[in-house]
Write a protein that binds this ligand. Sequence first.
Ligand code: AMP
Length: 368
Amino acid sequence: MLGGGQLGRMTALAAARLGYRTHVYTPEADSPCADVSAVATVADFSDKAALTAFAASVDVVTLEWENVPPETVALLARLVPVRPGAAVLAVTRDRIREKTFINHLGIATAPWRAAHFATHVAAAIDELGRPAVLKAACLGYDGKGQARIDTATDIDAAWHELSQGKAFDAVVEGFVEFTCEISVIVARAADGTMRSYPAVENQHENHILARTIVPARIEPRVAAEAEAIARRITEALGVIGLLAVEMFVCPDGRVLVNELAPRPHNSGHWTMDAAATSQFEQLVRAVCGLALGPTDHLCCATMENLIGAEVNRWSELTAAPAARLHLYGKREVRPGRKMGHVTWIGGPLAGDTPSVLSSNGTARTVRS
Ligand code: AMP
């Protein structure tokens, strides 16, 4: 496992359940994944000797962070299968390549333009109008590396704040007045078999995922289209592993792809408690050459992230029968840091016999 955060941790736990031993390679000494892995290497992603030794000790490499440097992936791929591979990562690590790839498949995104200088942003805004969103092409997450361009925003100032005066690639996106944000996670095995999870609804606060509602409260036609889009992209990219596809649903029912993540995704954490196979086990199955598991969701659920000091609710949450608590073992609470999550097991799906319900059958009302 490349990367030592909570996504790696939950994958290592799923791997252990299937009898595998995980070796995590992480630049961070304090690693939630290392705490539950059989072996840990703490070294920089540029450390060739450490990477070579790591490759010699494992059968297959996967990752929980798509921004692992391309040179690191290239070195490892000469020695051991890396899944998903360099070609997938080259597309998903750069918003310009990613949006180009998606649009070439005939799949819609928000209207966008590439920008390499402040003058490009001004020209894009002339075409797309305000408001718009300026996003770093690489290395942005949880709203970092983004700026909203409103009526009063000074474009030069916004550019300089994001670029810090260095060479910088970005995209300018037209602002989407969406009715909701959804995501679909697809698993794809080496033989091309795919399984997708149902579309779920994601609510963000301060640019960080606050909660995921399962299933998304959208029309079946929209859900089916979202699933078809996600499968199409996964197949075209040739992913072996997982692909999370984040999308906007527009008031007229159109679905626009926002971004891709070739790894387990925060919006798939509910699968640990309310799906037949968790996204983490599914990743292990895909990269280790096992059959993919069924992706049925077993009951309604709401996943809430525990961000920063919210983790202090842990004691109250352990006492709630409908709550399934997951803590990441992070030693330090910091504002904005994902410390854990809780999945609230809700009522049965319409027309279904509930096969997973909390001991007292409580359904929790979703705060929205
Ligand atoms: P991203 O990093 O691209 O996932 O963006 C983070 C969040 O910003 C998204 O989940 C949306 O809530 C919001 N956002 C991003 N792009 C747009 C857009 N073009 N129009 C409206 N909201 C957006």
